[in-house]
Ligand binder design. Structure first.
Ligand SMILES: Nc1ncnc2c1ncn2[C@@H]1O[C@H](COP(=O)(O)OP(=O)(O)O)[C@@H](O)[C@H]1O
Ligand SMILES: [Mg+2]
Length: 269
């Protein structure tokens, strides 16, 4: 098999309480997951199971308690410089315009201002924000802010794209439009994508492969499904494909129990 773009090998993450060292919570236990170059992989699992934790580990923002992350074969020891990371919440700087937000990463990487601005304007156009470069985040809709975040992530042309429930706060129409745009951008460049979502429909519509995580504690993969739906896909249309319905039923059979467990845990606290 060709070398994985990103490989998580036997990852365990235990959080230790700062106030009471005897209080520990193992969010992720012995998780192994590899993503090939150009592959679009979604990870689904109940709220609070450890999805963001796995993404933070992949980004090199969180050191696992044990296990190894490899990036194109190389062990990862600090920030994953080959990856672009689109956060779950709002990550735009409120005092910066759309354009200045989009080029922030280039600035930090030391790219000359003129070149950064040119690339920034190009990316704003690509995500449909051509006329909005001077808008501040509070002057943009939720969908526009997400587009700006997408441009901010992709402008550095990362070989690995990490996305943490990027569209979960959007209304369904905006969300489907953006999912299709992400697929178009991905089809053009074919980077490795690790896409986190709690939405099974979204996971199936977008991905080559869907990995199901168990509820915590000790979250780990409990199922893996190849999504053999034809591409290019329209995320709204593909949902009516008989194979989509079949895959959905098969994956939900595995996921359902975990969602119920996760829900019960949330109610307890
Ligand atoms: N820094 C941390 N310290 C303590 N517990 C944490 C920390 N980060 C996450 N957790 C716990 O680990 C579990 C998984 O969290 P997370 O990965 O954010 O879940 P998800 O993204 O699947 O909703 C949760 O129970 C959460 O409370
Ligand atoms: Mg999360």
């Amino acid at each position: 098999m060709a070398e994985a773009a990103l490989s998580l090998e036997n990852i365990t993450c235990t959080f230790v309480s700062r106030d009471d060292r005897s209080q520990r919570y193992t969010a992720v236990h012995d998780t192994t997951l590899a993503i090939a170059p150009g592959e679009f992989v979604s990870v689904v699992g109940p709220t609070g199971c450890g999805k963001s934790t796995l993404l933070n580990v992949s980004a090199g923002l969180l050191q696992p308690s044990s296990g190894l992350v490899r990036v194109f074969g190389e062990p990862l020891s600090s920030i994953n410089a080959r990856a672009g990371y689109m956060f779950q919440g709002e990550a735009l700087l409120p005092w910066r315009s759309a354009l200045d937000n989009v080029i922030a990463g280039l600035e930090f990487a030391g790219v000359a201002r003129a070149e950064a601005l040119e690339r920034g304007r190009d990316w704003l156009r690509r995500v449909g924000l051509g006329g909005f470069e001077n808008r501040y985040p509070h002057q943009m809709s939720g969908g526009m802010r997400k587009r700006a975040m997408l441009a901010q992530t992709l402008i550095r042309d990362p070989d690995i794209i990490l996305m943490d429930e990027p569209f979960s706060a959007l209304d369904i129409q905006t969300r489907q439009l953006m999912e299709n745009e992400v697929l178009d951008l991905w089809m053009a460049k074919r980077k490795a994508v690790l896409f986190i979502t709690h939405d099974l429909d979204e996971a199936i519509a977008m991905s080559d492969r869907v990995v199901v995580l168990s509820a915590g504690p000790g979250t780990h993969p409990i199922g893996e499904f190849h999504i053999d739906l034809p591409r290019p896909r329209d995320v709204a249309e593909v949902r009516t494909h008989p194979r989509f319905v079949e895959l959905h039923a098969a994956i939900w059979a595995v996921l359902r129990e975990e969602v119920l467990k996760g829900y019960a845990q949330q109610k307890r606290v």
